[in-house]
Design a protein around this ligand. Structure first.
Ligand SMILES: Nc1ncnc2c1ncn2[C@@H]1O[C@H](COP(=O)(O)OP(=O)(O)O)[C@@H](O)[C@H]1O
Ligand SMILES: [Mg+2]
Length: 248
């Protein structure tokens, strides 16, 4: 079996006295597309945020490409560059064009030549099917278009893994599909993706693994279709029945 690209080794997260999760372990191998599901407040977003050091952990260790994320001889800026994050809220800069938003980090943080970054960005606008909107400002774009710009922005850093935290849950229903299409394209390229989503049909089609979290624990970990058809625990069964009832 190939080496994991990302490893959670007994990681514990607390906020003050409150334990969010306790000793969670998980190996992620290159090309896996892992869909996290579970009730609100169970720690899914926190788990993703721990990966690139946006959250501290109180126990255990996260290793990315065989080295602790927070190793003394490693810069967290370099780690974050290789771990693309896409959030529910796109957080584009309103006073910058779509293209400027995409190249900003490459040019300002990573001191890349603007021409090189722009060339890469143009190819990415094609990939997210937004070439015609490259000079638009965020306010001129639909939610789905803004989220696709945010995906292009994450890709511009040439990440080795992509983390998506409910990327479609803030969108108008008519723009959800265009974002899922782009994510499907990325999956077909063989990218490694960790994804919190309640788009159950997408998870079944595209995911290689589904993880059901509840009460700060990994309760089930199975191929998506298997879990959806035959959840092992009562909690997963109940949760899946509430989200599939609303699935479109
Ligand atoms: N900055 C914070 N300070 C204290 N508690 C937090 C903070 N962020 C999240 N939490 C708590 O951690 C728990 C897990 O949150 P979260 O990871 O957002 O869950 P999920 O994404 O599964 O809905 C929740 O109970 C939430 O209230
Ligand atoms: Mg969340």
């Amino acid at each position: 079996m190939t080496q994991p690209i990302l490893q959670f080794d007994k990681i514990t997260k607390r906020y003050g006295q409150r334990t969010i999760f306790n000793e969670i372990s998980l190996d992620v191998r290159p090309g896996e597309i892992i869909c996290f599901i579970g009730p609100s407040g169970t720690g899914k977003s926190t788990l993703l945020r721990c990966v690139n050091g946006l959250e501290s952990i109180q126990g255990g260790e996260i290793r990315f490409e065989n080295k602790p994320v927070l190793a003394a001889d490693r810069s967290i800026i370099d780690v974050r560059r290789r771990i693309g994050m896409i959030f529910q809220s796109f957080n584009l800069y309103p006073h910058m064009t779509a293209l400027e938003n995409v190249v900003l980090a490459s040019v300002v943080v990573h001191k890349e030549k603007r021409k090189v970054a722009e060339e890469r960005a143009r190819a990415l606008f094609e990939k997210v099917r937004l070439t015609h909107r490259i000079n638009a400002y965020p306010a001129e774009l639909s939610g789905g278009e803004q989220q696709r710009v945010a995906i292009a922005r994450a890709l511009c850093a040439e990440p080795h893994i992509l983390l998506f935290d409910e990327p479609t849950s803030a969108l108008d229903p008519e723009t959800v599909g265009e974002v899922l299409t782009v994510m499907r394209d990325l999956a077909q390229e063989g990218r490694t993706m960790l994804l919190v989503t309640h788009e159950i049909r997408f998870a079944a089609d595209v995911g290689t693994r589904m993880i059901f979290m509840d009460g700060g624990k990994i309760v089930e970990d199975a191929p998506p279709r298997e879990m959806i058809a035959n959840p092992k625990s009562e909690r997963a069964r109940q949760f899946l029945s509430t989200i599939t009832a609303g699935a479109h």
